[in-house]
Design a protein around this ligand. Structure first.
Ligand code: SF4
Length: 539
């Protein structure tokens, strides 16, 4: 006895399926059929030994337990459970897909580490997807039982997943359920027919995604760039908002994103920060924090005019560039600011001496400079530029204006430089580089470009949901870096999600150790005794 239904694809002679990239367990015949129809290459037919194999495993916990025992003996590379299920929360609709973060029931809980990767890929395929715990029960859920299961944290329910995941035999597993009935009506209901059809349609859409999942399965090495993630300026800026909320209470307004990272902004919003684009959105008398990227004197003057209470979270290294701009302008120089148009740091620095500054984004822009005295040209840089990109522009400036002058050391900050060196070090040995960071983060985007210039394909991701499974196919060594505004926890989440596709070994590649710390502004220091004062070092 195999414990599997007759059309399971497991022959009675061998008792086991061929070893495959991904073994998909579909409890019901209609579920297995929907998945097989959705597979792009006909994988899943009983004779197919391709990357995806769909097995009908049977209805309910007892058959699932027997099927899992048979499947486990084949040590599948990865196991997926896919079928229809019931919603436990009111926000789920029929046809939605729930990807299990964990499966509970039968006295235990099993985590599904690859859930964010699968959920992200399903969303990109056009499905409505929610991630959360799925509960497995041993009977049809009766009216009134939804609330009890939901109170335990589950968002969907089925009758097989907890038993079936045992078929992974300790290897990676994912579980998904397409919602066929919602929490506001009983399972035995005329609407179950339309709900069931909607769920099966979703399962057909799921199938090609499972093919991409199969191609991404495998053990990997992850090279961790060091240093990565938060720099001293970002840590200080976040701490400033947190302390402002603690000392003054919510709301605290923040002009622009405090740092360019979606997770950081969302966390601070939950704590009571309100992010605005301009001071006009800040009510009279409120407290406002200026972001780490700095502001122009005009913005400071407006805040003073309106008697707003302000705290400046401008990174001291950005403030240093502002001071250089003022000094050169006062000495009669035309200041060429090497940077990217539209970036808040550039806007703030240009605002220090608008009549004496010109933005230079490329070497070609140098030809357009019109200084009144060619011997009085200076240059400054945005702190988050790629060093090699900026040096080409400095060469062009030097060629046209031999007397051009600049800061003693370039303005590209230590954190940017170190992260670019680290990404070059991992790119050399990686099939693919992932950079944790948001799309509006200049220093994170420069890390992607740095890896690409080193000849390795690279992608910017806000978190594991953004990683496309197609990128991972054939990538056995992945470099992982993080921009200066990306929280360290995101790196951990990405490593964990990759571990959901197979064993992951991590190796740190450290090119520099950072000890930089910046002090807090005086407005917060007055009420805080256990924090450092002014900047202690800027290595
Ligand atoms: S990247 Fe550099 S300039 Fe920007 S906040 Fe961090 S330390 Fe400051």
């Amino acid at each position: 006895m195999t414990g599997l239904p007759a059309d399971s694809g497991v022959t009675a002679e061998t008792g086991l399926p061929a070893r495959t990239g991904l073994t998909v367990c579909a409890p019901l015949r209609v579920e297995a059929r929907a998945l097989r129809r959705g597979l792009q290459r006909g994988a899943g037919s009983d004779a197919d030994a391709g990357q995806v194999r769909v097995l009908r495993t049977g209805y309910g916990p007892r058959r699932s337990e027997a099927a899992a025992a048979s499947i486990a003996a084949s040590a599948p590379s990865m196991l997926a459970v896919a079928g229809v299920g019931g919603a436990l929360t009111s926000d789920l609709q029929v046809g939605d897909v729930v990807v299990a973060s964990q499966v509970t029931g039968d006295g235990g809980t099993v985590g599904c580490a690859a859930a964010p990767l699968l959920a992200g890929e399903l969303r990109r395929a056009g499905l409505r997807v929610t991630t959360g715990p799925i509960a497995t029960v041993d009977h049809l859920v009766r009216p009134g039982q939804h609330a009890r299961l939901a109170a335990d944290g589950a968002i969907a329910v089925d009758m097989e997943s907890r038993q079936l995941v045992a078929g992974a035999a300790g290897g990676p597993a994912v579980v998904l359920r397409a919602i066929s009935d919602t929490s506001d009506h009983a399972v035995v209901n005329p609407r179950i027919v339309t709900g069931g059809l909607a769920a099966l349609r979703s399962l057909r859409q799921v199938a090609p995604v499972l093919e991409r999942l199969a191609a991404a399965v495998g053990p990997r090495q992850v090279l961790l760039a060091g240093p990565r993630s938060f720099c001293a300026g970002v840590e200080r800026a976040i701490e400033i908002v947190e302390l402002a909320l603690e000392q003054h209470g919510a709301p605290v307004y923040v002009r622009k994103q405090i740092v360019h990272n979606a997770t950081v902004v969302a966390d601070l919003e939950r704590a009571g920060a309100i992010f605005v684009d301009e001071l006009g959105e800040v009510p009279d008398g409120a407290m406002v924090v200026f972001s780490a990227h700095g502001v122009s004197p005009e913005v400071r003057q407006e805040a003073t005019r309106r008697s707003l209470s302000t705290i400046d979270a401008t990174c001291p290294l950005v403030a240093k560039v502002h001071a250089e701009a003022r000094r050169y302008a006062a000495d009669g120089y035309l200041v060429a600011l090497i940077g990217h148009a539209g970036h808040e740091e550039v806007e703030g620095t240009m605002g220090e001496a608008p009549g004496a500054m010109a933005l230079v984004q490329t070497a070609d822009d140098v030809a357009g400079l019109r200084p009144s005295d060619p011997d009085k040209v200076a240059f400054l840089m945005q702190t988050t530029l790629a060093a090699d990109e900026a040096s080409g522009i400095v060469d062009a400036l030097t060629e046209r204006f031999p007397a051009v002058t600049g800061p003693g050391s370039d303005d590209i900050c230590y954190a940017t430089t170190n992260r670019q060196r680290a990404v070059r070090a991992i790119a050399a040995d990686a099939d693919l580089v992932l950079v944790a960071g948001s799309a509006n983060s200049s220093n994170s985007k420069r890390l992607v470009e740095t890896a690409e210039r080193a000849g390795t394909r690279a992608y910017l991701v806000d978190g594991p949901e953004d990683i496309q499974l197609g990128w991972l196919a054939g990538a056995s060594t992945i470099g992982l870096a993080a921009g200066a505004s990306a929280p360290p926890a995101i790196v951990g989440q990405i490593v964990s999600a990759l571990g959901g596709l197979g064993e992951v070994q991590t190796r740190e590649v450290v090119v520099a150790t950072e000890t930089v710390q910046f002090g807090l502004p005086k407005e917060l220091r007055q009420r805080t005794t256990d924090v450092p004062g002014p900047a202690v070092s800027t290595q």
